[in-house]
Design a protein around this ligand. Structure first.
Ligand code: FES
Ligand code: FE2
Length: 399
């Protein structure tokens, strides 16, 4: 196979426009800003699990599309989300990542808000009377909040469709797991990586890179079962993998014990492996005895913050909790045989797409939406293109 000169290297691949991406989508600041407006400020996004805000006053803060948010359960039991910005002079109100509060008091001038977002107290309010300003007009900005199967989603667009309409059937592989196990968060990790958010998401959608993970080579890849693996694509860019052809034998990796069916989460067998991605940045993964929900936040064109939550049944004994912690960390822990390798792969792409040394990505594998077909990547970029009003391959752009 001959090497290529610069003209050939820089030319678009001779492939359908759906089968490759162009490098500027990973580094162009204008495209990044457009993504914030057209995608992240419009879609439903996983905020937390409802067990994190189990009691009245429990809260969880997060940042999303440049907007600080606080998710809080009110005294009435309702989970609401507010922009974490004081109506007075814009100060951040709630600072801790999580906790319990009776009301929200701004540090700067002590304006106070209740858990429904109403402004309840302003020190020396009479000085605002001339301007006809009073606390009734100064509540916090509330944003849309939805719950499904114990997952709390938020959407910054007041006019967005309902969460049910957005997700459709895409959570079907996880409904039993999420609703029958009385789950709570038993481990939480986050990382900020030097990679564009799409480079990270590609590691979640690309099935072909299984060979990169030694643990997957040893426990999961069965060439004979490849054509049993179905790739399911839902409307709005959501995808699902799992079921027949995806099973794993954990004792195939030296030092790892077999996972027992009796310890599997309800709705799963010990060897079950399944995953669902809700476009663009919310994910569920299950591996028999363990389950993870995750999400990420693009910080700029070259940095992405990722959050992972491990879920376990509230009723776990100490032994079961230790078993689940071990199984979780084998794969998804900071020194596990999965996540660190995926982080590295995303950064390796960023190293080359960031300075434009790499020009195109090829997403052209076709196996009839089975095996290691690139159909998930193409579905993702099709949805990205619909929302962005442009093609990820640059087709139609003026060069
Ligand atoms: S900025 Fe919050 S009370 Fe003044
Ligand atoms: Fe991976």
């Amino acid at each position: 196979m001959p090497s290529r000169n610069s003209i050939d290297w820089n030319a678009p691949p001779k492939l359908p426009a759906t089968h490759y991406t162009r490098g500027d989508i990973y580094r162009d600041e204008a495209i990044f800003e457009d993504e914030q407006e057209r995608i992240f400020k419009k879609v439903w996004r996983l905020a937390c699990h409802e067990s994190e805000v189990a009691s009245p006053g429990d809260f969880r803060t997060l940042e999303y599309a440049g907007t600080p948010l606080v998710v809080v359960r009110g005294q009435d039991g309702v989970i609401r989300t507010f922009v974490n910005v004081c109506s007075h002079r814009g100060a951040r109100i709630v600072h801790q990542p999580a906790g319990n509060m009776r009301h929200m008091v701004c540090f700067f001038h002590l304006w106070t808000y209740d858990l429904t977002g109403s402004c309840t107290s302003i020190p020396r309010p009479e000085a605002y009377e001339k301007q006809n300003l009073n606390k009734d007009k100064l509540g916090l900005r509330e944003v849309r909040t939805g719950r499904k199967c114990g997952l709390v989603f938020v959407n910054l667009d007041d006019a967005c469709e309902s969460l049910d309409d957005y997700i459709g059937d895409a959570l079907e592989a996880f409904e039993n797991v999420l609703t029958e196990n009385d789950l709570e968060v038993f481990t939480y990790q986050h990382a900020t990586i030097d990679a564009n958010w799409k480079e990270w998401q590609e590691t979640n959608l690309d099935l072909y890179h299984e060979y990169m993970h030694v643990a997957l080579r040893k426990t999961q890849i069965d060439p004979k079962a490849m054509n049993q693996r179905e790739l399911k694509v839902y409307p709005k860019g959501h995808i699902r993998g799992g079921g027949s052809g995806y099973s794993a034998n954990y004792d195939g990796y030296s030092g790892w014990a077999k996972r027992e069916d009796s310890k599997a989460l309800r709705g799963l067998t010990a060897s079950d492996f399944r995953f669902t991605h809700i476009f663009p940045c919310s994910s569920m993964n299950a591996r028999g005895t363990i389950m993870r929900i995750s999400t990420f936040t693009p910080l700029n064109a070259h940095q992405t913050r990722i959050e992972w939550r491990g879920m376990s049944p509230r009723s776990d004994s100490e032994d079961d909790w230790a078993m689940r912690t071990e199984h979780y960390n084998q794969y998804w822990g900071p020194f596990g045989r999965n996540v660190p390798e995926d982080l590295m792969a995303a950064e390796l792409c960023e190293w080359n797409f960031g300075p434009a040394a790499a020009r195109y990505q090829i997403i052209a594998r076709e196996e009839g939406m089975r095996g290691q077909d690139d159909g998930f990547l193409r579905a993702f970029y099709q949805r990205w293109g619909e929302l962005m009003g442009r093609s990820a391959s640059g087709e139609g752009d003026t060069p």
